[in-house]
Design a protein around this ligand. Structure first.
Ligand SMILES: [Zn+2]
Length: 435
């Protein structure tokens, strides 16, 4: 498939495996050079950025300083200036139209090209290579259906996954006790080297395995979490059930593959493919290392529709720590999910979603939950209904929430299923109003 399509994933992978051995100074130089090329291209060929042409001397001299003069690009701006963000050098026939899942309402459309996607893929394979996993290794995906595909397209996709990519698929929307044996048999027959899925689906699967006291018959190298925030409690349960480490991957459809966990447990930023910054949630000025801020991403390989300083909507922090694995790729300190996952108390303090998952972690019968802040003084706590759900645990959970959030109205709902986003993702905390 690769040679027929002429794709460059392997070539990019070799490149990335070489650059990961560079020193921090060498990596920074490589990144600055790529940033310079991109900014010069954008100010010449992208109508939206042409008004910044006067920055070109500064871009030549110091592209990092120049970047700060560009506005932060929100999803609304991308929507409003969609056509003006496409480079005049882009071959319109080769552009791939993509969209975000639309977890915050309207989906955002954007173009990427194959070149960019092949870098994302290569970045994933580089991360997996740190764990001894290679292109073509058998993999079981616990995954939702791509929303865009109809039945026939889906069947074709599954065939391609199975015979060209060596992947089989377990539907994440159909994880039930009655199906567990069938799925485990499938995994045992297929002998995957690793599993791949959303944290919430992996957690649900792991819970079922624990309750039924079932294990995989053959060990796997790792379980890979993508697309959802991995909470420490989830990691423990998943690692125990599958008897292997969990690898955390951080990326977004509209941001690319941004960071990868190494076996020493740190998230390394893919600096060769993206320039990322953290800015204050309200005034959007850069925050200091160690402080939490909104992530803004400049994809260093997308020349078809460059989005400079694109606000992804997630909250992160950086750390100065050096990793024992000796890779100089910089580290993320924390990954805190979406900006709208951060709740706010009556006196204005931020409460990160992590607080609630830590609470739930010590309450064994709380299996899945969602906290929705509908207004400053109103919360809904949704709990997944099941046989063992214990009133004492619910009471303790509610108390923990009130302790943190103050004297607010709290409604508890026991539901047969926690509704997922249209993308299939499960969010544990949601704030429904802007800060
Ligand atoms: Zn490391």
């Amino acid at each position: 498939m690769e040679s027929v399509k002429g794709n460059r994933i392997r070539a990019n992978l070799i490149q990335l495996q070489e650059s990961e051995r560079l020193s921090l100074a060498q990596l920074q130089k490589l990144q600055r050079d790529k940033l310079r090329t991109l900014l010069l291209h954008a100010t010449e060929h992208v109508p939206f950025y042409r008004e910044f042409a006067e920055l070109r001397p500064l871009i030549e001299r110091d592209p990092v300083a120049a970047l700060e003069h560009f506005p932060i690009l929100t999803k609304d701006v991308v929507r409003d200036h969609f056509d003006r963000l496409v480079a005049d050098t882009a071959n319109r026939d080769e552009l791939i139209l993509n969209r975000t899942g639309g977890s915050t309402g309207q989906p955002t459309l954007f173009y990427i090209d194959r070149h960019t996607v092949e870098y994302y893929e290569a970045a994933r394979w580089r991360g997996l290579s740190w764990w001894g996993i290679e292109i073509g290794d058998p993999c079981v995906m616990i995954w939702g259906s791509p929303i865009e595909l109809n039945r026939q397209q889906l069947r074709l996709q599954r065939m391609k996954d199975r015979y060209l990519k060596n992947q089989v698929f377990i539907p994440s929307f159909d994880l039930r006790r009655e199906k567990l044996r069938e799925y485990l048999d499938l995994i045992d027959r297929f002998r995957p080297k690793y599993l791949f899925g959303w944290a919430s689906a992996l957690r649900l699967f792991a819970d079922l395995m624990q309750e039924e006291q079932r294990h995989l018959r053959r060990p796997v190298k790792a379980v890979l979490n993508t697309a959802e925030t991995l909470h420490p409690g989830d990691r423990e349960v998943i690692e125990k059930a599958f008897q292997c480490p969990v690898i955390n991957e951080y990326g977004a459809r509209d941001g690319g593959l941004l960071a990868y966990e190494c076996p020493s447990g740190h998230m390394h930023v893919n600096v060769e493919t993206a320039w990322i910054e953290a800015v204050d949630m309200k005034d959007k000025t850069p925050v200091r290392t160690g402080e939490r801020g909104l992530i803004v991403v400049t994809d260093l390989n997308n020349f078809s529709m460059p989005r400079l300083r694109y606000q992804l909507g997630d909250v992160i922090s950086f750390t100065d720590e050096v990793c024992e694995c000796n890779r100089a790729l910089p580290l993320l300190g924390s990954l805190d999910g979406r900006e709208t996952d951060t709740l706010v108390t009556l006196d204005g303090a931020y409460v990160n979603g992590q607080y609630f998952t830590n609470l739930a972690r010590i309450l064994p019968t709380i299996r899945q939950f969602q906290v929705v802040q509908t207004a400053r003084n109103q919360l809904i706590l949704r709990l997944l209904e099941h046989d063992q759900l214990d009133d004492a645990d619910i009471k303790a959970f509610v108390q923990g929430i009130v302790d943190k959030m103050g004297n607010i109205e709290l409604k508890v709902e026991r539901v047969p299923a926690i509704e997922r986003q249209s993308s299939g993702k499960l969010r544990t905390t949601i704030r429904e109003f802007p800060l």
